[in-house]
Design a protein around this ligand. Sequence first.
Ligand SMILES: NC(=O)c1ccc[n+]([C@@H]2O[C@H](COP(=O)([O-])OP(=O)(O)OC[C@H]3O[C@@H](n4cnc5c(N)ncnc54)[C@H](OP(=O)(O)O)[C@@H]3O)[C@@H](O)[C@H]2O)c1
Length: 307
Amino acid sequence: MSRAVVFVEYGDPEVLQVVDIPPPRPAPGQVRVRVRASGIEPFDSLIRSGLAREQISAVFPQKMGGDFAGVVDEVGDGVTAVGIGDEVAGWTFLAAHAEHVVVPAGQVVPKPPSVPWTAAGALSASGQTAATVLTKLGVGKDDTMLIHAAAGGVGSFAVQIAKARGAATVIGTASERNHDYLRSLGAIPVSYGEGLAERVRAVAPLGVDTALDAAGSPEALPVSLELVADKQRIGTIAWQAQATAGELGVRRLFTEPGAAQLGELLDLCSAGTLRVEVQQTYPLDEAAEAHRVIQAGHVRGKLAFTI
Ligand SMILES: NC(=O)c1ccc[n+]([C@@H]2O[C@H](COP(=O)([O-])OP(=O)(O)OC[C@H]3O[C@@H](n4cnc5c(N)ncnc54)[C@H](OP(=O)(O)O)[C@@H]3O)[C@@H](O)[C@H]2O)c1
């Protein structure tokens, strides 16, 4: 049997349970991975709560989890590029908080030996979101970028990837307790809240070229509009800011995962250029506590299951 976190009704974190189910089997072209680590995202608690049920409805018993690292333990017919025993990282949709996950062989890439399991397992969802949206916003050499919620899962990766792509200055919003952390990633920290635009102007007197809202707070998009001239270089990934983004004419951005992109991120990790900050790991049995922490909205970096 195989253990998995599921819920059978929408609700608070207490609806989560760990069940024993028959291990999923790979169809032709698929691989099965014995998961060693898997990141936990706000999206998981959004799905569990039912707040997003009009957009994405659960199919009970509903699993969760978008990324993983582990060891391939079965391959479907026709799979030649991946073999049993390979150490991999990959992505899926609402399935990875489990001992086993089955995905198309093209959704896993080799895990470099130097990248720890927890880092590799918590990389894809937030890391690929950050990489995707920075590409869409055209972040590159000499840019000055503002990132709202820079200390969170996506924000932490976005700061580092923006710097790696040549951004001259990255300004990140966070509460005071995360300012040293943001400095360690290469960002100039500013506190969010009233007066944010003035604080950003003070550290970026020549202006801001592009802004990413990963906070979804009422101020993030209006402040970005005050500071960035080109609306096409302002984007939000936050679920709660999607309607406002449409009204303001700024971009709604979504992750586009891909094997090449994930491989590049793992290479950056292996080279020491990209750090995966994992605030806390949990066993599957503590899924409810992990959801309480993620939905409180103040995680530094990532949370992850170790399985
Ligand atoms: N569109 C997509 O494809 C996509 C993909 C991934 C994620 N998302 C969404 O993107 C958002 C961010 O995801 P995430 O995983 O980065 O979230 P997260 O890790 O839970 O973000 C936590 C961070 O938010 C910061 N924060 C809280 N309130 C803030 C505020 N008012 N202003 C600025 N920062 C604030 C916290 O900093 P302090 O503790 O210092 O307050 C904390 O470090 C979520 O809404 C998520 O659902 C969308």
